[in-house]
Ligand binder design. Structure first.
Ligand code: G1P
Length: 289
């Protein structure tokens, strides 16, 4: 079984739901506590053992590339001021030389098309795909839980979590035939089912481990839901010849693409930080009084 060494991060989206904050700044650079959303997701991949980070960007996203580069002036200033903790943090957060790649999705044709743009950089090996809007907070990072599952089953894996019945139409939904196993074989998938038609309430959480065969399918994929090239449609075809398993994430998922999800993520991530939590808890209680 080939090891999962590379991860793809599609970061080309416009972020219209967060205007005017995202007029000049990519939505992936919005902060949850003191780290950009994209940094949280790269952290998750690194903690799962990923060695190469592939970003599918678009116009106006160059700040993401700068963020993952070294900053000599800043480093020199911090060194001059003996700020060793901050320096060490910067070093830990910055991928090593040669461990990042950036390519552009030139047109907004959908998630499937964005993933396809990474085909040459991924090459002929399995890869992880992490959608940065979705933050996963758990004792064991989501991608780590999935790689643990992958090492037993191989094939393709999709991270899932339970959503309310009135939310299923916003996500890709998988059916595992009622199994309550942490890693369960997928019987069916559907992208954004019409209200009342979802086969289950297990939503695709924006974490995947995919085999490279997906790229040939994406290349020929017809437009689907919302007039976009949908990853889920190509996964459905791949599932006819390769196993797909759902990994039920043990933890909480925050959809930071919505205002409510973004605000909730800030609260949850702050409360998960030992040095902030006690004072923050008090500040919230004060506000709610
Ligand atoms: C995408 C996927 C969907 C998944 C969702 C998670 O949809 O197509 O299957 O449930 O991400 O955020 P999007 O949010 O890009 O519309």
């Amino acid at each position: 079984m080939k090891k999962v060494r590379k991860a793809v991060f599609p970061v080309a989206g416009l972020g219209t739901r967060f205007l005017p904050a995202t007029k000049a700044m990519p939505k992936e650079m919005l902060t949850v506590v003191d780290r950009p959303v994209i940094q949280h997701v790269v952290d998750e991949a690194r903690e799962a053992g990923i060695e190469h980070f592939i970003f599918v960007t678009g116009r106006n996203k160059h700040i993401i590339e700068d963020h993952f580069d070294r900053q000599y002036e800043l480093e020199a200033t911090l060194r001059g001021r003996n700020k060793w903790t901050e320096l060490a943090q910067l070093e830990e957060d910055t991928p090593k030389a040669g461990a990042t790649s950036f390519t552009r999705q030139q047109e907004p044709l959908g998630l499937g098309h964005a993933v396809w743009c990474a085909r040459d950089i991924v090459g002929d090996e399995p890869f992880a795909l992490l959608l940065p809007d979705m933050l996963h907070l758990g004792a064991v990072p989501c991608l780590r839980q999935m790689i643990d599952g992958y090492e037993k089953t191989g094939g393709n894996m999709i991270g899932v979590y339970s959503v309310r019945d009135d939310e299923t139409h916003q996500y890709g939904i998988v059916d595992v035939g009622g199994s309550s196993e942490k890693v369960a074989k997928i019987n069916a998938m559907v992208e954004k089912p019409a209200k009342g038609t979802a086969p289950s309430n297990l939503a695709i959480s924006g974490r995947y481990i995919l085999q490279p065969g997906i790229f040939d399918l994406l290349e020929k994929q017809a437009k689907g839901a919302g007039g976009e090239i949908q990853l889920t449609d190509s996964m459905l075809t791949l599932a006819k010849s390769e196993p797909f398993h759902a990994v039920h994430f043990d933890g909480k998922v925050y959809d930071t693409g919505s205002k409510l999800g973004f605000l909730s993520a800030n609260v949850a991530y702050a409360l998960a930080r030992e040095e902030i939590a006690p004072d923050f808890r008090q500040a919230i209680a004060e506000i709610l009084k």
